[in-house]
Each structure stands twice: as C-alpha cells, then as structure tokens.
Design a protein around this ligand. Structure first.
Ligand code: NAD
Length: 328
C-alpha cells in the first residue's frame, strides 16, 4: 500500500496534463460515502472534486479525511509532506460550475429518488457529452433515476460498500437504457480504483443490500424481543460466521436512517414482508439515534467514532431508552 501511495505521490501513476479528465473524479455529497469514495480515489492517484450543498458538510468531510489519513500515516510510516500531497488531491466546493469538463461524476447524496432525480437534472446542465452520471444508490431504480435526465443511456449505478477504502468490490448496475459505452467507462473507473467489479442488472438492493438487510433486520428483531444483548448478538454472528462486523455494529456504521430507507424501499418494491423494517429501527431513527454519525445507535461512540466498550443496548431496547431518558 505504501508503495502504491508513494508511486502516486511522485507521479508515476498520477494524472498527466493531457489525461486529466479521465483521472479526475467528481463526487457529489460529502457524507459517509462521499468522503470515503473521495479518499479511496485520491489514494489510487485520482484528483477528486468533492461537491456538497453544505459548507459544514464539506468542512466535516475535510476533517474526517485528514483524521483517517493521520491513522494511516502512523500505520504506513508516511511523512507529513506525503500526507499533504495526498490531501491536496481532494478539492472541496459548493460550486457546481466547477464540475464542467469532467467525465466521471458520482453522486452520494441521501437515498431519495426525488433528491437524486433533481440532482441529475441539475448535473446535466454542468456536464459535457462524454460524462457519465453515476449513482451510489443502494436500493433505488437506475431506470427511474435516469428517466429524469435527457440522456438515460449515460446513467449507471456503481454501488460502493462502506468502508469504501477497505471493501474491494463494487456492483456495477445497469438500468434498462444504460449504454455499453457507459458500462465500459464505469468498468474503467472501477479498474482505476482497483475494485473487483460485478455486473448487476437492475433489481432493488442489487445483490449486497438485498442479501444483507434481512440479516440486519432480524438481528434488531432479536434484540427487541430481548433474546440477547446487542453485544452478544454481534459476538455470535461475528465469531459464528467469521464476519468482521456484527449486524448491529454494521447497521450503526451504515446509519440507521439509511438502513430504514433501504428496508422501506425493498419492502415496497419487492412486496415481501421479509423486508418489513423492525419497528425498533423506526423508533430509534425518530429518536435521533442514527448510529456512529450521531454517537448513539445499538452501541455508543466517542467523538472519533470509536465504539465505547460495553455500551451495547441490553435486554430490551426499550429498557435502554428509559435509561437514556433518565440520564439526560
Ligand atoms: P449521508 O447522509 O451521510 O450524506 C449525504 C450528503 O449529501 C450530505 O453531506 C448532504 O449535505 C449532501 N447533499 C444532500 N443533498 C445534496 C445535493 N443536492 N447536492 C450535493 N450534496 C447534497 O449519506 P450516505 O450514508 O453517505 O449515503 C449516500 C448514498 O450512498 C445513499 O444513496 C446511500 O444509500 C448510499 N450508500 C450508503 C452506504 C452507507 O453505508 N452509508 C453504503 C452504500 C451506499
């Protein structure tokens, strides 16, 4: 990894002036995914323009990416100037006009068909004909998204998973109108980012979200019924099935608001009750317990987003809510 970074920093795999457009990635939305896609792309030598409507979100993204790099620098013994060079590959802006002349534009804004359709309509006014519009949606229809644009053949899904720098797979999702040319451009981007790409045809939740969400939902149901504590549920699944994360910690990392929208979409689009969101997820979202990003989910997190040991919800989530209320 260090070699790759150094190679990029001294310019061997970095962008040259006449290939700049192909070596630049525009990321729209500076939240959980936008930050990490930007970080992963910069690490692979791409210049990144990270765009958000909120300056606060961009400031938070800049801080988070720097903190992550601080940890990585310790790990790989990189110098401060190497860190600076990596950070300088990411530019932050609220100005959509800066998107002009770029080929790869990926959105990572909240999971709402209206928001994403409005964004794609807006993006079309700022892009050149060679550009492809990529969505990181986990559950929404690419065809429906594309229907809001003048060029549905240029719309495609690239579903990165969290945490992006560590997960090496990306689902490339074709809508009904997606052209082969767009598909091959997306494949080229996946290759630049060193991802294993799998081809997926449009279906709610594709492969990864559709397969993992029933397990997350069932884990929350088990917690709500008081069968076991959050800690023990996650230990059981982690050790029992050799997974890095238990389903409840995974839900906290994704964001419980995002998990709820995914389940609602799967339930609505597939019409199968196995995707019906457990009421505890809805209750927690209404209470503002969104997981890592709010500091409280099925576990609690410190200011650096690290899980506080022994903080998992116990016996029933309702007991935990009562405790939280008494403490506040
Ligand atoms: P998030 O809520 O953390 O961040 C969304 C960002 O988008 C915010 O910074 C917000 O200010 C910005 N935004 C909102 N409207 C905008 C607009 N019109 N233009 C520019 N910026 C705008 O969301 P997230 O968890 O990063 O999810 C983003 C997308 O990625 C969703 O479609 C989600 O389904 C998908 N996804 C999320 C995960 C995950 O683990 N969180 C994993 C895979 C895919």
């Amino acid at each position: 990894m260090k070699d790759e970074l150094l190679e990029m920093l001294v310019g061997k795999s970095g962008p040259s002036a006449n290939t700049l457009d192909h070596d630049k990635l525009v990321v729209v939305g500076a939240g959980t995914m936008g930050q990490r896609i930007s970080h992963a792309a910069a690490t692979k030598g791409m210049d990144v323009l990270l765009v958000d409507v909120s300056q606060d979100a961009l400031d938070a993204a800049s801080n988070n990416i720097k903190e992550t790099l601080d940890h990585e620098i310790e790990k790989w013994a990189l110098t401060t100037s190497e860190q600076k060079a990596l950070l300088s590959k990411i530019k932050f802006t609220t100005d959509f006009n800066q998107i002009a002349n770029q080929i790869y534009i990926i959105e990572a804004i909240p999971e709402s068909i209206e928001l994403k359709q409005n964004l794609f309509r807006e993006l079309e006014n700022h892009t050149i004909s060679e550009a492809i519009l990529i969505t990181n949606t986990s559950t929404l229809s690419i065809t429906e998204l594309a229907s809001a644009t003048r060029c549905p053949d240029k719309v495609i899904g690239m579903h990165f998973l969290n945490p992006v720098p560590k997960v090496s797979v990306v689902e490339i999702v074709r809508g009904v109108h997606t052209s082969d040319e767009t598909y091959h451009k997306a494949l080229a981007l996946a290759s630049k980012l060193d991802r294993s790409a799998i081809e997926v045809f449009e279906s709610p939740g594709y492969v990864t979200t559709r397969v993992i969400m029933p397990m997350v939902n069932e884990a929350v149901q088990v917690l709500m019924e008081g069968v076991a504590s959050a800690e023990d549920i996650d230990i059981a699944i982690r050790l029992g099935y050799e997974m890095n994360n238990g389903p409840l910690a995974m839900a906290d990392k994704i964001g419980l608001d995002t998990v709820l929208v995914w389940l609602d979409t799967l339930f609505h689009d597939l019409g199968d009750t196995k995707y019906r969101p457990c009421p505890l997820i809805r209750m927690m979202v209404r209470a503002g317990f969104l997981g890592v990003k709010s500091g409280q989910g099925f576990f609690r997190y410190d200011d650096d987003g690290e899980m506080i040991p022994g903080s998992g919800l116990t016996s029933t989530a309702l007991d935990r809510f009562r405790t939280v209320r008494k403490q506040s």
